[in-house]
Design a protein around this ligand. Structure first.
Ligand code: IVH
Length: 667
């Protein structure tokens, strides 16, 4: 098959998959398969630029940045909808419609009111030629380059019967999952977060660089056309046809009879609202029959045949009374806003999350401020921002406490990480249950019978407040607990006694030092061979251990710098816990007899590279000679490298070295 035919085939396949995914809601292929085809098409078009077409899915990545958006005139103005906030207003609307149409009952199309940005899409001969924002209703902005990047917007129409000129209107929105994921990432990177999905959609559409828009998770639902050519004679019929032509139509759209039908739809969608994948701020009622719509006509800038019946707001203003700090199961400190109670998103909210210290600083939220609170769907309520212009007096900014509000241990904050953590994992009541379970788990001290429910009881009854207390438990105390017979109590005490002499590596893993997994715990044990030596290790010493980087080293140091943790270790010792250090079992020494030389700048500390080589049996020497087996050359290697080359000694760069370590299972 020639390149042109293959490109056409790929375009058709990908358009079919997009259609199945966005319009039919039936994903057809795994992401990897989709990506492979898209990449093949990108490669083909890069090789043969004349094969690229405006409707190619490769256009979704976004073209060149613009200087400004062109102004666009809407031939048919983009109007707004009259709003209703109560059943009475909805009932009034129905009464006027019945009277205007001189009928007993009206059939309505009922649709969600999507909370995004209105868009006009123009198709000529089936191809998307222009996308424009609403603007003031008569003049909007040409955002075609951006809208092309949105996969839910068809670049070419499907099916048959569409007119040569077609203008479709609908809503661009940001699905909640995409919104949350985007903000999670931004928060972790210390970047600005998006305020809410509607602002996010609007802001994303107004990026001058389409590649920025392409990176935002936007979607689209169609809800009307400006002409009726080729369409059935009702709103519901027209939407069904739009779907055949390739437009995503909201699945909640339906027809209902009379006021009763409207109110039932409103109530049903209100129930569903929290579980929907996107924000809606109400429902829209439209007289279904087009002729009936024409009879009713317009009043000022809104149709008489349609009404937006709004839901309670998802954002409200209230006072931030205080900022408390909560400690989670893993020791993460989360600032929580205590609010003047406010009714938002259908419930009364008194607490909301503020995420982390950086976010509070970025939003400049201070106790005493008037703040916007948002509660959408099932998402935890959050403080969106402070209304700083309403501040009437000087307010003190929030500062994260330096010690844990639960246990008083030091709070650790790793550079470049947004989260602050309590380092007193062994003693902190907020973390201790999880710690005890981890301490007893199979790869740690392997104490059989110490399950979650039992740990809860032990902590809640005050029998155990740190792992050291486990070793003082007596069978009689245990036998009094729920679902604990004499026999199982005796078994548990025996299991705890048997766990008194773990290997050092298991003990280190059991201590639950942040990020220290089984492998690292064993590497630390092998390197330091005693708890005392590890306790005394500097950051530099720690970084010399295979698999330990600067962040892990900092966690280990913070753990042993916390006096509460040292107290627990002392208590463990006093309770009779001792560890064993296994004899060094010589592993295979694939580099035995070799002499290596290190030169240049490596990305890992030199001592670490040396340790790796020695683990594999090599000797490490400072100078190159004819007897050298190999030279590991980092960046800017100088005379040693030159000498090695002259003498014909094997030279490896760091990448090759890491491959060697991988081959031998060291990294
Ligand atoms: S029909 C003549 N249907 O609500 C009015 N609008 O105030 C034509 N909206 O900005 C609009 N969901 O973008 C219609 N299912 C829906 C809608 C909807 C959201 C937005 C629309 C406009 C505003 C109208």
């Amino acid at each position: 098959m020639g390149a042109a035919d293959r490109a056409a085939e790929l375009r058709r396949l990908i358009a079919d998959w997009d259609h199945a995914y966005y319009v039919l809601d039936e994903p057809r292929v795994p992401d990897a398969e989709y990506d492979r085809h898209l990449r093949e098409l990108q490669d083909l078009e890069a090789e043969h630029p004349d094969l690229a077409t405006p409707d190619s899915p490769t256009q979704r990545v976004g073209g060149a940045p613009l200087d400004a958006f062109e102004e666009v005139r809407h031939v048919t103005p983009m109007l707004s909808l009259a709003n209703a906030f109560s059943e009475e207003e909805a009932s009034e609307f129905d009464r006027r419609a019945r009277e205007g149409l001189e009928v007993e009952s009206v059939t309505y199309a009922a649709e969600p009111k999507l909370d995004g940005v209105a868009i006009s899409l123009s198709y000529r001969d089936g191809e998307l030629v222009r996308a424009a924002t609403r603007g003031d209703g008569t003049r909007g902005e040409n955002v075609t380059a951006n809208v092309r990047t949105i996969a839910a917007v068809p670049l070419r129409l499907r099916g048959a019967g569409w007119p040569a000129e077609l203008e479709v209107r609908g809503e661009i929105y940001m699905p909640l999952a995409g919104f949350e994921a985007f903000n999670e990432k931004a928060r972790a990177a210390g970047e600005r977060t998006l305020v809410n999905p509607r602002n996010a959609a609007a802001g994303s559409l107004r990026q001058l660089d389409p590649k920025m828009t392409a990176a935002r998770p936007l979607a689209f639902f169609a809800y009307s056309t400006t002409t009726r050519q080729g369409l059935p004679s009702s709103q519901s019929g027209a939407l069904a046809t739009l779907k055949e032509w390739g437009f995503p139509v909201n699945p909640e759209v339906t027809t209902v009879e009379g006021l009763e039908g409207l109110l039932a739809y409103y109530a049903a969608l209100g129930e569903k609202r929290a579980g929907l994948a996107y924000d809606i701020d109400g429902v829209v009622y439209k007289v279904d029959d087009f002729e009936a719509q024409d009879t009713l006509g317009f009043v000022s800038r809104a149709p008489r045949w349609a009404l937006a019946h709004k839901f309670p707001a998802q954002e409200e203003i209230t006072t931030l009374l205080a900022i408390d700090v909560q400690v989670g199961r893993t020791g993460a400190l989360t600032p929580v806003a205590r609010l003047e109670p406010v009714f938002v998103g259908g419930v009364t909210v008194t607490n909301a999350t503020l995420h982390n210290e950086d976010e509070i600083r970025r939003k400049d939220v201070r106790p005493g401020d008037q703040v916007i609170v948002r509660r959408a769907g099932d998402v935890i309520p959050e403080v969106v921002r402070a209304l700083t212009d309403r501040r009437t007096e000087e307010l003190a900014p929030f500062v994260m406490p330096e010690t844990c509000p639960v246990c008083g241990s030091a709070v650790e904050r790793i550079e470049d990480e947004a989260v602050a953590r309590c380092t007193g994992g062994l003693v902190c009541a907020a973390q201790v249950k999880q710690h005890i379970q981890h301490f007893a788990s199979r790869k740690a001290l392997d104490i059989e019978g110490l399950g979650e429910k039992l740990v809860d009881q032990l902590v809640e009854t005050g029998l155990v407040s740190t792992v050291a207390d486990l070793f003082h438990l007596e069978a009689e105390q245990l036998a009094g607990l729920e679902r604990m017979g004499e026999k199982s109590a005796a078994n548990l005490v025996a299991a705890i006694t048997a766990a008194r002499r773990p290997e050092l590596g298991r003990l280190l893993f059991a201590l639950g030092i942040r990020e220290v997994g089984e492998v690292t715990a064993n590497n630390l044990a092998r390197h330091f061979r005693s708890l005392e030596a590890l306790e005394a290790a500097s950051l530099e010493d720690l970084e010399a251990v295979p698999d330990v980087g600067p962040i892990m080293a900092a966690h280990v140091r913070a753990f042993f710098d916390e006096p509460h943790n040292l107290d627990v270790i002392a208590a463990l010792r006093a309770a009779g816990l001792d560890y064993v250090v296994p004899e060094v079992v010589e592993g295979p020494k694939p580099l035995a007899g070799e002499t290596w030389v290190l030169t240049g700048t490596l990305s890992m500390p030199r001592i670490k590279a040396k340790n790796y080589l020695e683990t594999l049996g090599a000797k490490v020497s400072g100078s190159v000679s004819g007897k050298s087996s190999a030279v590991l050359a980092g960046e800017n290697a100088g005379s040693k490298l030159a000498k090695a080359e002259k003498l014909g000694v094997r030279v490896l760069d760091e990448e090759a070295f890491i491959a060697l370590l991988q081959e031998h299972g060291l990294v």
